[in-house]
Design a binder for this molecule. Sequence first.
Ligand SMILES: [Zn+2]
Length: 330
Amino acid sequence: MNLLKKLQHRVGVALTPAEHYERAFSQGVLLGHHKFAAATELFERAAARAERAGEVELHRQAHANALLYRFLSGGSPQVLSPLHTALGALDQIEAVGSRSDHMSASLLRHEVSGRLAEATVAVTDEADHLQRAKLHRSAAHSFHEFGGQPLSTYGLRPDGMALDRGDLRGFFHDGLARFHEALDRARHDPASAAEVMNGALVALYQTPAQAHRATAEGWLERLQTRRSCWSCRREFAGAGLHYHSISATVHGHTVEVLRQAGHDLASVDLDAQTVVLCTTCSSSINALADAQAQRRVAELRVEFQGHVAALQRELEMLNRRVTALSERAS
Ligand SMILES: [Zn+2]
């Protein structure tokens, strides 16, 4: 490169679209992560010049790289959708952080697709287990395309999960898809939900996601635990979901009566002073208690209003007496 060309390249004047494209690497990408924002602007400039010059292929490359480096330099996840589209128009793209190495654009597109599903999960209602399961399944499908290969973007834009290989992230999302499917089933079929939760754990055991494993293990235990209701004596599975422990006075004699009758001793807890009530029994007791409380509030209101009226009458009487006394004094 002669001196004039070097100078043009340094300041970015009188360059061809291809030279602008090269400049995005030399003045941005190849200088490291802190220069990725600069690379984004240079790729955008190269894309604009290429489009004006009718260089379709170069425009596509520069446009896709502008979006990729905008995301990697901390841009909004909203950039993922146009990046996914842009990668669809390419066969190859430079490997992240490199000018000379290339990778399959469709493979990077799978990673972006997984990232898109992750970004959508982050804004999905936590109680919408079916939708969350669907998104995690879609992410799992995208990441399993990588097998055991490393992913391209998580090292440079980490999400705190230490799942930088396609298979690890695939198993993680597979586990979470089953986890949410289990929670969706738990309301109507805790036994089948426990089977699905077990499948979630098998997938999560392949990953280092310890906190998620512990949560799934806790749920599996809750789904498998069965207790008889103190009130209706029917047996339910699903602690905290289909039955609850409620404060009550429990004597040693209570336990003895249950023992002699051959009933479920776990439906009372002498130490904790609680009894087990199924959700239906506890909700009907709550409804009764609410109705009683409301009735008492209404009674107290009437009583209080009576007192206020009596006080007002006394006050008016006092007022009249004070007025009469002051008139007499004057
Ligand atoms: Zn019951």
